[in-house]
Ligand binder design. Structure first.
Ligand SMILES: *Cc1c(COP(=O)(O)O)cnc(C)c1O
Length: 221
């Protein structure tokens, strides 16, 4: 199947779950090279998600050197160390994984009034990153004070518990409502239906568009 056909299949899944074409489809290209981004651009995908700073910058540079008028819009979706912020800042359009004040300060320092999402640890799995739900409101406020533009919340589902995943998406959606935030970045290849049903506005899809990721090289990020 071509990327275009896979993207259509993902769109159909979104629709079947009650979403429409306002649900933004972010193609997650982590683990793949610039050629996959190029093919996806040709297939009409414009938003791309990346998780590893070094790999991301190399890829963004390579794709930008192609020229052309419609380049990718990059989303940083992975866990982020403060010392990586500066190198990726020129490329990132939306930061999905802001989960602590010190990271927000670093982003504000290098990317001024950047658009961000606050990542919520909605399944109580701190290893995945995310801010505990009770600390989200103060972090949103702090981000705004720093000059960042908080567009919404991001959450991940539980790896193997569909009930906890649905609860996590529903509670994140409610929290975004309560805080008056528009965007909800929720849903990946395996749980996008649950996310869309709970009100997701952007799904981050890798495997369902590009197939299994190649094993990661032994590089430090
Ligand atoms: C890798 C990743 C995805 C995409 O996962 P798939 O299961 O391949 O769709 C989405 N969101 C985040 C934060 C990721 O790290």
């Amino acid at each position: 199947m071509s990327i275009e056909q896979r993207a259509q299949a993902v769109r159909r899944r979104i629709e079947a779950a009650g979403g429409d074409d306002r649900v933004q489809l972010i193609g997650v290209t982590k683990g793949f090279g610039p050629e996959v981004v190029r093919s996806a651009l040709d297939a009409g995908i414009v938003d791309f998600g990346e998780s590893y700073a070094q790999e991301f910058v190399a890829k963004a540079v390579a794709v930008s050197e192609d020229g052309g008028q419609s380049g990718p819009t990059w989303h940083f979706i992975g866990r982020l160390q403060r010392n990586k912020v500066r190198s990726i800042a020129p490329w990132v359009s939306l930061w999905h994984s802001v989960d602590r004040e010190r990271l927000a300060i670093e982003i504000a320092k290098h990317a001024g009034s950047a658009a961000v999402l606050v990542q919520v640890d909605a399944t109580a799995e701190p290893a995945k990153g995310g801010c505990p739900p009770a600390e989200v409101a103060p972090l949103v406020k702090r981000c705004s004070e720093l000059g960042l533009v908080v567009r919404g919340l991001m959450a991940m589902g539980h790896a193997d518990d569909p009930d906890r995943t649905s609860e996590a998406f529903a509670s994140t959606n409610e929290l975004a409502d309560r805080l008056g935030l528009v965007e909800r970045s929720m849903g990946m290849s395996g749980d996008l239906e649950a996310a869309v049903a709970a009100g997701s506005t952007m799904v981050r899809v890798g495997t369902a568009l590009f197939g299994p990721r190649p094993p990661r090289a032994e590089v430090k990020h």
